[in-house]
Design a protein around this ligand. Structure first.
Ligand SMILES: [Zn+2]
Ligand SMILES: [Zn+2]
Length: 331
C-alpha cells in the first residue's frame, strides 16, 4: 500500500509501505478521504509535531477491509470514523476523562507518532469499537465524516465556553475551526454570530445558520455571553471584548503563537486544545444523523501524489476552506 511520508520541512514523498500482521483485536481500514488540518500545514512547512518517517493525516473517513478474529461489532465494507487522538488510558487525566491532557498523546496519536491517514490503508491495533473506530450508516458522506475530529474540537470549545448555558455566542474567525465551532453551536440550539474578514468564509458561516459579519460591522453593544476565538488574531479578540457581557468567558481554540490582548476585565480566559473522551463519538453522532453537514466546505481534493500541493499553506486567493487527500483505493 502507498502512503505519504514526511521526510523534513517541505519534503513529503509518496512511498510503498508495509502493513503489520492483523492481530485478533486489530482492524485494517481503507482510507476514503483524509482532511488537511492547520496543524498538518505547519508540520509540513516547519516540521512542527512530526519526525521523519511519519505518515501524516488524522481527519479520516474509512471503510473496514479486514478485522481480527476476536473483534465484534465491525464487518468488512462498513464505513467508520477513526478517533485520531490517543492517550495512555492510565494516568489521572485519562481516568478522569480528560484524555486530551494526557502527557503522551504526542507519540501515540494517529498522524503524530502512530501512522496517519494520508495512505491507502491504515492498521489499527487493539481497537475498541465505538471509541477508537466508530461505525456509521453506509449512507454517510465520507466528506462529512472527515469533519468528525474538528467537530470534536469544536464541541469541547463550546463546552468550555459554557455549553448549554450560552444563549448568544460570538465566534471570531471562520476558517475550518471557526466553521466547525459554528456548526457545533448551531446544532446545540445556540444563536451564533461570526466575525470574519474574508467574504467567502462569511458565506460559509451563513450557510451553517450563523449571522456573519465583516470586522467592525456588528453593533457596538455588549450582548454576547461567550466568545470563542478561532482566528488566533489578537486584534480580533480585542475588538470582540467590547461586544461581550461583563463576565462572559473567552475561549481561545486552535494553535496560535500570538500574545493575548489585555486587559480582559472580568472575563475568564480559557485555552481549548483537543477534546475530552466522548466528544469524538458525539461529533460522529451529529454527522451520522445529519444534524451537522460540512461536506460542501471540502473545497479542494487531492490524490496521494499531490500531497505536497495539498500541504502547502494556501494563499487567500486559492479560496481553500478545507482540503482533503483522497487516496486511490488500491488493490
Ligand atoms: Zn485536525
Ligand atoms: Zn494518560
Amino acid at each position: 500500500m502507498r502512503g505519504v511520508v514526511f521526510h523534513g520541512p517541505g519534503d513529503v514523498r509518496t512511498e510503498d509501505l508495509v502493513l503489520p500482521e492483523v492481530g485478533p483485536t486489530d482492524v485494517v481500514l481503507a482510507v476514503e478521504a483524509c482532511g488537511v488540518c492547520g496543524s498538518d500545514l505547519s508540520s509540513y512547512a516547519h516540521g512542527h509535531y512530526v519526525a521523519p518517517g511519519q505518515v501524516m493525516g488524522h481527519e479520516m473517513s474509512a471503510v473496514v477491509v479486514e478485522r481480527g478474529a476476536a473483534l465484534t461489532g465491525l464487518e468488512a465494507g462498513q464505513r467508520v470514523a477513526v478517533r485520531p487522538m490517543r492517550s495512555c488510558d492510565d494516568c489521572a487525566y485519562c481516568r478522569a476523562g480528560d484524555t486530551h491532557l494526557c502527557g503522551s498523546t504526542a507519540g501515540r496519536s494517529l498522524g503524530y507518532g502512530a501512522q496517519g491517514g494520508f495512505a491507502q490503508r491504515l492498521h489499527l491495533p487493539d481497537v475498541e469499537v465505538g471509541r477508537d473506530v466508530v461505525p456509521v450508516p453506509g449512507g454517510v458522506d465520507p466528506f462529512d465524516l472527515l469533519w468528525a475530529e474538528p467537530l470534536a474540537v469544536a464541541l469541547h470549545a463550546v463546552d468550555l465556553a459554557g455549553g448549554d448555558r450560552i444563549t448568544r455566542l460570538l465566534i471570531t474567525g471562520a476558517g475550518a475551526v471557526g466553521l466547525s465551532v459554528a456548526a457545533a453551536a448551531v446544532a446545540r440550539g445556540v444563536a451564533v454570530d461570526v466575525v470574519e474578514p474574508v467574504a467567502d468564509r462569511r458565506r460559509a458561516a451563513a450557510s451553517l445558520g450563523a449571522n456573519a459579519w465583516a470586522p467592525g460591522e456588528l453593533p457596538d453593544e455588549p450582548v454576547f455571553d461567550a466568545l470563542i476565538d478561532a482566528s488566533g488574531a489578537p486584534v480580533a479578540v480585542e475588538a470582540a471584548l467590547d461586544l461581550l457581557r461583563p463576565t462572559a468567558p473567552v475561549v481561545l481554540v486552535g494553535l496560535s503563537d500570538a500574545a493575548v490582548p489585555w486587559p480582559l476585565g472580568g472575563h475568564r480566559l480559557t485555552g481549548a486544545f483537543g477534546y475530552r473522551d466522548g466528544d469524538f463519538a458525539r461529533a460522529v453522532e451529529l454527522i451520522a444523523d445529519g444534524r451537522v453537514s460540512l461536506a460542501a466546505l471540502v473545497t479542494h481534493r487531492y490524490g496521494l501524489d499531490q500531497a505536497a500541493r495539498a500541504l502547502t499553506t494556501p494563499r487567500p486567493e486559492d479560496h481553500v476552506v478545507k482540503a482533503a487527500i483522497v487516496p486511490d483505493p488500491g488493490p
